[in-house]
Design a protein around this ligand. Sequence first.
Ligand code: GDP
Ligand code: IMO
Ligand code: MG
Length: 423
Amino acid sequence: MPTTAILGLQWGDEGKGKLVDSISAQQDFCVRFQGGGNAGHTVYPEGGKIVLHHLPTGVLHKDCINVMAQGMVVDPLRLIDEIAEVEGRGFKLDGRLFISDRCSITIPLHLTLDVDREAGEKANQIGTTKRGIGPTYADRYDRVGVRAADLLDETSLREALQRAVNVRACQTDGNAPGVDDMLKPLLDVGRKLKGYITDTSLLLAESMKEDKHILFEGAQGAMLDVSQGTYPYVTSSHTTAAGIPSGVGLALMVDKLIGVTKAYCTRVGEGPFPTELNDDIGAKLREAGGEFGATTGRPRRCGWIDLFALRYVCRTSGITHLAITKLDVLSGFEKIKVGVGYEGYDAPGMPADIRRFSALKPKYESLPGWKEDIGSVRDAADLPANARTYLRYLEDFVGVPIGIVSVGPAREASFETHGAPKD
Ligand code: GDP
Ligand code: IMO
Ligand code: MG
């Protein structure tokens, strides 16, 4: 399969980074196509933990070329530090990192706008990562954004910054940085990034003609998609497979779409989460799963898996294979519940209206748990019988075959399977 995507199916943090890391050794390219520094993808290459925010996870494999495509928003001042960290760990990026000249640039003004809004009235808060994501995408679509190409030319950058300031500064408390505050640091960082900035859509088009293996790395998850998710409690990009063509600038269809879900569910930030557990079980999941945000350190809200929502997003994203992560975290739960629908709700999809969504009360099926530690299992057939039953139930409900199971954070702690194990 020359093109593959790894996409989150929940509210982010499903373990996408870990899976991308474990398969990008066999890929020629790893491509991020949306989002920006809001992502936090945790990986354990040799030498310990790294959390990647902007950089595609393929940077940790020396033969993999990495692309930050035009759908991304990039904070160049943070990116430069991330590049230094990765290179400092021995993963040199010369000749294997390409940044689209059409990426939107997060400027300090965007950070001010994001932080100010989150500090304002509760009703307007999304619980963002405060990385300026919303304002950067808003400026892109309002046609007053700065793009990566502008970083390379002083006149273009000054004009682009001026446009953004003209339109946005009135939305701040007068505390926003002006054009002259932003120009020099951005020009300096532009000089450092110059060698990476190029037309990545052309690069990818050529590589596809040569049948190179290309992996698209999703950030966030389907329920945070700006259109399909729990709007307005979403991020500002298209996180589903539909975001790939416009995010890379090519009318392409991806061959293999791997949708990643935890064996339970988490969310950070505001917004509805029908299967959330505000009790001891939720706290136990948080502790066993180490559920604290990789970008902001916030405790993640925890709950049971919502199979109804999962089936919906698999359908809208055309997911061909499921990857189930963190199955090991469920060891030791006597009963495991799975959300199979909502009380008094019989529509086939999820409600678009946030008030209706927030009112959903889950209906559960209860499945027997298992006690065994499964962290060293490397074959689905070796899982305890109740873990196998759990996977079968999940696969049957969602209607998409399970292709990967992950049982620990380490690179090697996952295995492929042709569907849920049969008995
Ligand atoms: P991402 O944003 O989707 O890449 O996920 P994050 O890195 O934000 O969060 C996933 C967390 O779970 C990270 O700390 C991973 O190291 C960890 N992780 C990934 N897969 C597994 C797994 O199968 N089992 C356990 N216990 N941890 C995992
Ligand atoms: P990865 O790629 C989990 C959430 C924020 C907030 C909402 C909007 O690691 O899965 P934003 O900063 O994007 O404007 O915030 O989206 N959010 C994430 N939650 N994982 C992420 O990325 C997220 N990126 C954004 O918490 O609720
Ligand atoms: Mg994350």
